[in-house]
Write a new protein. Sequence first.
Length: 284
Amino acid sequence: MKLCRFQTSNGEIKIGLASNDHLLDLKLAGVDQMAPLLESDDLAEQLAQLSRKSLPRIKVSEIKLLAPVERQEVWAAGVTYLRSKTARMEESDFSATAYDRVYSAERPELFFKALAEKVATTGEPIGIRRDAKWSVPEPELALVLNSRGRVAGYTIGNDVSSRDIEGENLLYLPQAKVYERSCALCPWITVAVAEDEARKWNISIEIARARAAVFTGETSAGRIKRTFTELAEFLFRSQKFPHGAVLLTGTGIVPPDDFTLQASDVVTIHVDNIGTLQNPVVVV
Ligand code: DO4
Ligand code: MG
């Protein structure tokens, strides 16, 4: 079951439930926000009931899909795959020990990524910094957490990053990670899936330049070292998210060290059972 936020031609923002190749417009059923729905302990049953109602059916081609966040902050976990740890240690002598340690430490690396209003969704540009020389996409499974820190659903995130800035000094991490258009989320949230099932999903990426693939890669969410509940529990320690939060779970796909994103590249990320997040690249 998949939920989304969408905008109609008259500018109204609504919540949709995917039904075959259509959307059910949940407004007439009294659902006009995503976050309260995600609070339900029995979301699957609630959505099954909604799908049996006679609600307006809308063609996806007739609406604009929006980023699946209202007031949720977006956070990200780092160095959760062995591939990510190795890549970071190679990128920086200076910070190698920190990456090595955090991979096996009890406490994960968690960092703030974006406010809801700054998140790009599919079709919208993602940014590479004009003062960076080495920029990469980071395709990540994203946990959609409700206000109690429960995993209510999953979406796809792109934690676009400047590896040269991050590698120069760990204290530059916020500048390498948090800037204009550095965060994209897929419009679809897949709900009512247990962690064991979600860990079987493949994550793949293609980066195209002048319509030809210049990098492809894939991994499985099952390679994430930590459990989703563990990551969520650390995020919610001594911290409240009354509107819920989205937590990117880290990247397991790293392009070769001589690769950097360029303006007009197109990054396409696919995750099984969620969908596709595709964004052109602009310099910001
Ligand atoms: O500190 C580096 C961040 C690592 C990261 O974003 C990732 O592993 O996905
Ligand atoms: Mg990342």
